[in-house]
Design a protein around this ligand. Structure first.
Ligand code: PLP
Length: 435
């Protein structure tokens, strides 16, 4: 147990000792190990609504939300019922089911850029496949991504990635051959001039711009006015494709994703997280013409034993049915605005420089006076202050993503009293940071 760890976390700490003997770092995804906040992770036994409970029986308000999928909170009854019903009929067939077409119809109705969709199991698979598709369609090999943009852990996309890679201070990854990233070009987010210059130099070699329309893996950074529109124009002018990685933003910032919110139509869209309602599911989609390159219709090969899994389809369908009428987004907006206002006021009153960034129910308080327009700005944040804040919050029963470079997620289960409890805890945590 680290010196800072109080006895109230004893069972989690013992579980972590065991896990570390069995799993690299004791976890199955690096950021969960809490390395950047210098303490042992809490082990979770259950979640309900806005709350999770740990092995020691402590209950927390949760803003991790499984890193985005849980827009309806933990274990919403509609989703649980749908998954249980599907499981009773069989968990996987390797043959088509109608649920795949039902979810495809909902996705196509929701996202203006998608006429056909392929379901996969993770966001990483979606972006990796979408890049392959962009290269197949254009016959070009180079791709552009933003520094601090995270698109999963496929080799070509692990250059200067955000999220856990940023948290662990890993600019790329061991094991990625230089040849795998030789065609990956990097520019800062929100810097249209840099992108324009890059296209002027090598536009005819670029297959696609791969971008999170709202950068959510360097904290939460919204696109500057006109930025996404500028990317759209550049890509079109140079015969490149615009690939929106909406794994985080799809069905999160709006039912139709960031492309609806900002009115910009990409050529290829990646989805994940919310679309699977908490089960492993992701997707990539595009126009009929672009998707005609995907096997078996076309020459771009991509496959998956568990793709379109019936439990994941059931969870996704149940989630999107709740979200479809828009009421949930109004509720999320109200709750998230209340939280952002409260955090901002609490930081000001404690005299801690914080730049509060928010797009819908994605929130990030940067320990930085601002502005935060890109990864380079985000890196100026005071991560020691974040660590102190994180510790004070978890001790007060509020669990946050354990890194300055992750986004907090509000769910429809975060009622006003839960938000207000968070703001009260934050007021004390900001004071602890100041002192
Ligand atoms: N793309 C974005 C924007 C993400 O935020 C993530 C994960 O956080 C991914 C891709 C990778 O998704 P997964 O973790 O499901 O592989």
């Amino acid at each position: 147990m680290p010196k800072t760890q109080a006895p109230r976390y004893a069972k989690s700490s013992r579980a972590f000792v065991r896990a570390k003997k069995l799993l690299p770092g004791g976890v199955n995804s690096p950021v969960r190990a809490y390395r950047s906040v210098g303490r042992d992770p809490i082990f979770i036994t259950r979640g309900r609504g806005a709350f999770v409970t740990d092995l020691d029986g402590r209950r927390y308000v949760d803003y991790v939300g499984s890193y985005g999928p849980l827009i309806l909170g933990h274990a919403p009854s509609t989703v649980i019922k749908a998954v249980a019903q599907a499981a009773r009929r069989g968990t996987s067939f390797g043959m088509p089911t109608q649920a795949e077409s039902e979810l495809a119809e909902m996705v196509i109705d929701a996202l203006p850029s998608i006429e056909k969709v392929r379901f996969v199991n993770s966001g990483t698979e979606a972006t990796m496949s979408a890049i392959r598709l962009a290269r197949a369609v254009t016959g070009r090999s180079r791709i552009v991504k933003c520094t601090g943009g995270y698109h999963g852990h496929a080799d070509a996309l692990l250059a200067e990635a955000g999220s856990g890679a940023a948290t662990c201070g890993v600019p790329g990854s061991a094991g990625v051959p230089t040849t795998a990233i030789a065609d990956t070009l990097l520019v800062p987010f929100n810097d249209l001039a840099a992108m324009t210059k890059l296209f002027a130099q090598q536009g005819e070699k670029i297959a696609c711009i791969a971008i999170e329309p709202v950068a959510g893996n360097m904290g939460c950074v919204p696109p500057a006015p006109g930025y996404l529109q500028g990317l759209r124009r550049l890509a079109t002018r140079h015969g490149a494709l615009l690939l929106f990685d909406e794994v985080m933003t799809g069905f999160r910032v709006a039912y139709g994703g960031a492309q609806t919110l900002y009115g910009v139509k990409p050529d290829i869209t990646c989805l994940g997280k919310v679309i699977g309602g908490g089960l492993p599911c992701a997707a990539y989609g595009a126009s009929r013409e672009i998707m005609s390159s995907v096997a078996p219709d076309g020459p771009m090969y991509q496959a998956g034993t568990l793709s379109g899994n019936p439990l994941a389809m059931a969870a996704g369908l149940a989630t999107l049915r709740v979200l479809r009428d828009g009421k949930a987004y109004r509720r999320l907006e109200r709750a998230s605005a209340r939280l952002a206002r409260g955090l901002d006021a609490a930081a000001r009153s404690a005299g801690v420089p914080v730049h509060l960034s928010r797009v819908g129910s994605m929130i990030c308080p940067f320990f930085h006076a601002g502005p935060v327009r890109n990864y380079e700005d985000a890196r100026q944040s005071d991560t020691n202050a974040f660590t102190k804040f994180f510790g004070a919050m978890i001790d007060a029963g509020i669990v946050l993503p354990p890194s300055q470079y992750e986004t907090w997620f509000v769910s429809t289960a975060h009622e006003d009293r839960v938000i207000d409890r968070t703001i009260d805890a934050a007021a004390r945590a900001f004071e602890a940071v100041r002192d």
